[in-house]
Design a binder for this molecule. Sequence first.
Ligand code: URA
Length: 240
Amino acid sequence: MRLDKFLSETGNGTRSEVKKLISSCGVSVNGKICRDPSAKISEETDDVRIGAAPVRYARYEYFMLNKPQGVISATRDGGNGKEVCATDLIRDKIRKDLFPAGRLDKDTEGLLLITNDGGLAHRLLSPKKHVDKTYYVELDAGMEHDAAERLMAGVDIGDEKPTLPCGIRMLTDSSCLITIREGRYHQIKRMFQTEGRTVTYLKRLTMGPLRLDEKLEPGDYRRLTPEEIKTLESFDSDKK
Ligand code: URA
């Protein structure tokens, strides 16, 4: 990879900023100052430094965020500049091309995977894949005793097709766990609206094989463990 691309991809400035840095003798490769922005370096093995500080490299990064309410599931580029974006909360990232793999409404909390692995995101999000997502739901009032059965069978929420069958476990008459295999716009809120109920609190707990770490408070995040990454990489919802 070119040295200027490497420095830019690792979040050290725009292409023109890093070119200036390189020509001002600010960058060394394996202990020698390098003034050529097009110099080819190996991101895995070469020791690239800005001044004395080594430049960290990662091809892919994976973070589990407990998205708090009030934060949008977008990147800075995808937001309108006024909102706090989910990727803003990840402070110690190396990559600058991270994005949220999937969307939660602004007022929804819970599990959001932040990564730059487009292939993995596609496998998790493709509508054809039908990946299970479980949410904890609180409602404004209790539901009728047969409402969960109607919702589980699939309901007309005003789209072309009714929702696919889903799983619901009532916890009280106004709170439940729901597992859906689609990701339509405001899907859960619209499903409960068909029963005349308003969702007052929504939190995502799982996405495919990934489970929200209970130790993460809203706004907290951590890197995925190597085991979690492996499970996601080998996850194929078609083979469930
Ligand atoms: N369904 C919703 O209504 N909102 C979400 O954020 C996720 C699923």
